[in-house]
Design a protein around this ligand. Structure first.
Ligand SMILES: [Zn+2]
Length: 223
């Protein structure tokens, strides 16, 4: 699926937009990691995207979308969101099963089918990872009283609200660790080595900082 220039272009642009929305600075090495391509492949793709007016690469090495790039990225993200919700809400697939499927199908959706999906599902709902069409920034989430697991308080109980979903390997890892939207957990300790110990129904888990930063929580009110 990664052999067509058209598909790669959409994938690159969507990855950049989602990462921006998550409040991250997009550098080529991150794109290589997320899209599972080599560093030279990213360099080539960025050169092409720059030539076609879809991205700019700053002197600081940070990749930013142009207005034209942003428009294509948003359309792709919207189709991805609608497909995820179709697979989950209509076909009952689980959040950890749908990423690959949605990545493939999002490029095949015709405008007519996209309209049908929008009519059926609406544009405002959350996907099975707990996200809107675009992930919200950490600042917006914190304003609503949510906290990333990496900053959660010791001794508190939380429910998982959403997962940053840009990195499919991270989603698989979290699923393997028993962490998904709706899951309740107790934060035992934030450790000296920047890991965090939590208690889940299956037992105690220790998570590294990069994984904990991708998990957003809401405190459970006691009593
Ligand atoms: Zn999702």
């Amino acid at each position: 699926m990664k052999d067509s220039i058209h598909v790669s272009k959409e994938n690159y642009l969507k990855a950049i937009l989602e990462a921006e929305a998550e409040g991250r600075e997009v550098i080529p090495v991150l794109l290589a990691h997320w899209l599972e391509v080599s560093a030279p492949a990213v360099t080539m793709a960025l050169k092409r995207l720059k030539r076609d007016g879809f991205v700019e690469v700053g002197a600081d090495g940070i990749v930013r979308l142009t207005a034209a790039g942003r428009e294509i990225a948003y359309r792709t993200a919207l189709r991805h969101h609608l497909i995820e919700r179709m697979l989950s809400e209509i076909f009952g697939m689980e959040w950890h099963e749908i990423h690959e499927e949605a990545e493939r199908l999002e490029h095949a959706v015709s405008p007519a089918f996209e309209t049908k999906l929008k009519e059926k599902l609406g544009e405002c709902g959350a996907c099975p990872h707990g996200n809107l069409v675009l992930p919200e920034s950490p600042a917006e989430r914190k304003k609503r009283g949510e906290t990333p697991l990496s900053e959660a308080s010791e001794g508190w109980r939380y429910t998982v609200v959403s997962l940053f979903e840009r990195d499919p390997k991270l989603l698989l890892f979290l699923h393997g660790a028993g962490i998904g939207p709706g899951q309740s957990m107790l934060v035992i300790s934030r450790n000296y080595d920047q890991t965090i110990s939590i208690e889940l129904p299956a037992g105690i888990s220790i998570l590294s900082r990069p994984a904990a930063e991708a998990v957003w929580l809401r405190p459970e009110l006691l009593g």
